[in-house]
Structure formats: structure tokens, C-alpha cells
Design a protein around this ligand. Structure first.
Ligand SMILES: *[C@@H]1O[C@H](CO)[C@@H](O)[C@H](O)[C@H]1NC(C)=O
Ligand SMILES: *[C@@H]1O[C@H](CO)[C@@H](O)[C@H](O)[C@H]1NC(C)=O
Length: 344
């Protein structure tokens, strides 16, 4: 089983671990669409009754929550590298940017024009499974950061606007998120608490990040699993595979800094999958995108057929440095095979 598991899991990470040192750290629109037009401070939002009002159902406004979070946490990462380069919270806005760019935030039911080029492109649809899952990776980390004091405003000073329907499924302020999702909010708080401690190592912090991340996803998954029905079979399958993969990335403490995540994204499907898409034979995908999609599905199958025993074994393996090194060598080999320009 391990021999089956190892290569598939490696494939997932192709392109992540071997970011060349020449890779520039640039906040280009390629990775973060509309970043320059995104609000970057609380005063960019409107105020009502002494509270900042944020509409997380408009792409730049949701993205602005990440921009503020990145800004307010920057000084805690200075000891690791200059210019916020080692801030592992970059993974969150990068993934959201990828969702926007690849058309995953639109109304999958097509009942509205929310998110479509022909309609309101900046609209984030409450019916989008990706958008709802992302809410738990945006609102919760953001509000927990407010609560922990690092954002420079007090807990009752910010309010998120509800979506057009299913309002009760989303928490909108610090206190309602804490009462609805206590365990996840505690995990995000734990991350920010340790972030403020000068003695925390990068490795330890990454562990807290992944614990909170996985917990957010599990909260969201339970509530929104039925939204996957709006999608083609391949896209719904990819969404499920993705959630399983994250458990493995979490166990490997994948460093979600800008350079690794932006590189990794080149291996992810560049558009929503439609019926008939079958990896590794999707003609408008690169070889790398095809093989990674296939690998994600293989990992999902291994995981479910072993009742997640594979994850248990993976977690044990990832505790040893030797296994991590071996993985790196395999990643490199795969990268060279599928991306010949890598060495050039
Ligand atoms: C954070 O934002 C403020 C206000 O926009 C800006 O002056 C400051 O340079 C930013 N800090 C970092 C580390 O990006
Ligand atoms: C938070 O939101 C809930 C409803 O979602 C509301 O009842 C409560 O008053 C709000 N709390 C604060 C501090 O704004």
C-alpha cells in the first residue's frame, strides 16, 4: 500500500518543494487578481455604528480581509525573512485568487449572473461550494485575529454582511463565530497567540496553522457538502479529493508561503471541470495539471479504501526527517519529467 501511496502523494506536491531560488516574490495579478485594487486597511471599509462593515460576498472586499491580515501579521514574520516573504498566511489569499481566476466563485446553478463575466464578475455566489468553504478559511481566521488583538481594533468593531440566502449558516462577527464554531476559533486564536511569542519556531507555527486550517475545512465541509451536487461529476470529485489531500498536506506541514503555493497552483486545474474531463487526458490542461489531478484522485481512493489508515501511516512517516528527504527527491524527479524546463 505504501508503495502505491507514496508516488501518488508525491505527485500532488510536484512543483512545490523545488521552487528555484530565482523565483521572484511578486504580487502580480497572475496570482492575486485585483490585489492592487483590494482594500488594505480598515479605513477603506465603511463604518456604521462604530463598526467596520465588510461584505465578504464581493471578491475584492473578501480579499481585503486577507490583505489586512497579511499586513498586520507581517512584523511577526520579519525574524524569518524580510518583506513578509515567509508569511505562511499567503496561502489563503493565493487560493482565493485561484478560485476567482478559475471561475470557481460563480453561481454554479446559473440562476443568477453572480460571478460571470457577462454579469457581476466580482460577485461571490453563496451557492458556490468553493466560496462557502473559503468563507471558513477567511472569516474565521480574520475574526480570530481581531479577537486576539493583533488587528488593532476591538472584537466588537467589525461586522460581516450576510449572503443573500442561508444566512444562518454563516457567522458574522467575533462572538457569533465563537459560539457557532468554538473549537476552530480556538485553534486560530492559538496560532495568533504563538505568533506573538518571540520563542515560537517557524515549524511550530506552521503546525498551529494547519490545525486551524483543517478544522475550518471540516466545519465547512459538513455544512456545504450538498452544494457539490451543483457541479459536474469530475468537479465535485475534485472538490472531495482536494479536502482529503489537505489532510496529507497538513500532516506534511506543507509550508504555505507565497513561493511554494504560487508554484503549486500551476499544477491545479485552471478551470472548473466539466463532464467528460478525464485526467490525464484533458487536452487543454498541461501534463503537470493532468497528472496532478490524477494523483489527487488516486490519493483519495487509497485514503477511502484504507479507511484513512494511509493517513495514519503518512503522519507517522512525516515525523521522520529521512522520509521527508526521500519525498523531496521523488518530487524533484517527477518535476523534471513533467516540466523539462525546470532544470533549464
Ligand atoms: C501595512 O499597511 C500600512 C497602511 O496601508 C502601510 O503603511 C504599511 O507599510 C503596511 N505594512 C506592511 C508590512 O506591509
Ligand atoms: C454578533 O452577531 C449576532 C448575530 O449574528 C448578534 O446577535 C450580536 O449582537 C452581534 N454581536 C456584536 C458584538 O456585534
Amino acid at each position: 500500500m505504501l508503495s502505491l501511496l507514496a508516488p501518488s502523494a508525491c505527485v500532488l506536491l510536484v512543483g512545490c518543494m523545488f521552487v528555484s531560488s530565482a523565483e521572484v516574490f511578486s504580487l502580480s495579478d497572475q496570482y492575486l487578481p485585483l490585489w492592487n485594487e483590494t482594500p488594505g486597511q480598515f479605513s477603506d471599509y465603511s463604518v456604521e455604528n462604530g463598526k467596520y462593515i465588510i461584505d465578504p460576498w464581493v471578491y475584492p472586499k473578501r480579499m481585503g480581509m486577507y490583505k489586512i491580515l497579511l499586513n498586520k501579521t507581517a512584523n511577526y514574520f520579519e525574524k524569518f525573512a524580510p518583506d513578509n516573504e515567509q508569511n505562511f498566511l499567503w496561502g489563503l489569499p493565493l487560493q482565493h485568487g485561484w478560485q476567482y481566476k478559475t471561475g470557481r466563485l460563480v453561481d454554479p446553478t446559473r440562476m443568477t449572473d453572480c460571478g460571470y463575466e457577462s454579469g457581476d464578475r466580482l460577485c461571490i455566489s453563496v451557492d458556490s461550494w468553493w466560496a462557502d468553504m473559503n468563507y471558513f478559511l477567511c472569516a474565521l481566521p480574520f475574526l480570530a485575529a481581531v479577537d486576539s488583538g493583533i488587528m488593532g481594533i476591538s472584537s466588537n468593531q467589525v461586522l460581516l454582511l450576510p449572503p443573500s440566502k442561508d444566512q444562518t449558516k454563516f457567522c458574522l462577527n467575533v462572538s457569533s463565530c465563537q459560539s457557532s464554531f468554538p473549537s476552530t476559533m480556538r485553534k486560530w486564536n492559538a496560532l495568533y497567540k504563538h505568533l506573538q511569542s518571540p520563542s515560537s519556531s517557524f515549524k511550530d507555527l506552521l503546525k498551529y496553522l494547519w490545525e486551524a486550517h483543517v478544522s475550518s475545512l471540516k466545519d465547512g465541509y459538513k455544512i456545504f457538502e450538498d452544494r457539490l451536487e451543483y457541479y459536474s461529476k469530475p468537479e465535485a470529485g475534485f472538490g472531495k479529493d482536494w479536502c482529503v489531500v489537505l489532510d496529507y498536506l497538513a500532516a506534511a506541514s506543507f509550508p504555505t508561503i507565497f513561493s511554494t503555493v504560487s508554484e503549486f497552483q500551476q499544477a491545479l486545474p485552471p478551470r472548473v471541470l466539466v463532464d467528460g474531463d478525464k485526467a490525464p487526458f484533458i487536452s487543454d490542461f498541461t501534463d503537470l495539471q493532468n497528472i496532478v489531478l490524477l494523483g489527487l484522485n488516486l490519493l483519495y481512493k487509497v485514503d477511502s479504501s484504507t479507511g484513512s489508515l494511509s493517513l495514519t501511516i503518512w503522519k507517522i512517516l512525516m515525523k521522520t526527517q529521512a522520509a521527508k528527504m526521500l519525498l523531496l527527491e521523488i518530487f524533484e524527479a517527477i518535476l523534471v519529467i513533467f516540466n523539462p524546463t525546470f532544470l533549464g
